[in-house]
Design a binder for this molecule. Sequence first.
Ligand code: MG
Length: 273
Amino acid sequence: MIKGRSAWMALATVLVGAGMVAAIDGFVDTPMLPTAPWHVHDPNRPQPRVVTPGAVPSADPVKPPSDAVVLFDGTNFDQWVGDKGAPTWKLADGAMTAVPGQGGIRTKAKFGDCQLHVEWSSPDPPRGAGQDRGNSGVFLLNRYEIQVLDCYNAQTYADGTTGALYGAWPPLVNACRKPGEWNTYDIFFTGPRFKDGKVETPAYVTLLVNGIVVHNHQPELGATVWRAVAKYDPHPAEDVIALQEHGHPVRFRNIWVRPLGTYDEVQAAPETK
Ligand code: MG
């Protein structure tokens, strides 16, 4: 989540074949997770199994449903503000691209429980390794990061791989496409509920990466942090959706959100004249 190039990085070595040794970036001086026998960002935590997704998305992305709030249709930044004011990400060819050093962007509107569709593409040709390779992120409620990272033929600590609930849960499988190809995230998010200043129910995330379930109603440990165990602090039920700038020109397109209602909603009566 946070740039840590200056921090001490532990390296674990794993044998990946006869005579071959690859290093996985990560940390073993971090706290143990309360939910799994691993350190936060543990390089020894098993790598998610690689699954090759089905057909590559069309150059013409699937259109949003009729009740979606379109956050980005490839033509403008009307729904966004940048960390430093107006968005300064690059806009071209129906996509926006994070510009290193320019900070992240976030929606003007606030959302709570929602269905969120995001498409992203990592830099081609790829550059860097580990966390320093096509890193970005999608933040629900401005706090809960779903990792965006190029993990195609690339490894890093499991709780920081493509689609990870960063710092807590690796994806069930690694469904990352090749650099330059479009990945889809379909996120089904339920925000946490607080009572008397304490978390009553955690945030839950269901996530499909390229149509493959990688989280199934998985509870978040808390607001995303780096090198620490996440925890909950009370916050409003709605907040902005943010995209991370982490030093890499990751592209995004076709972003839309559907706030989730309740069962048995009464439909508004059709207008009559
Ligand atoms: Mg990230």
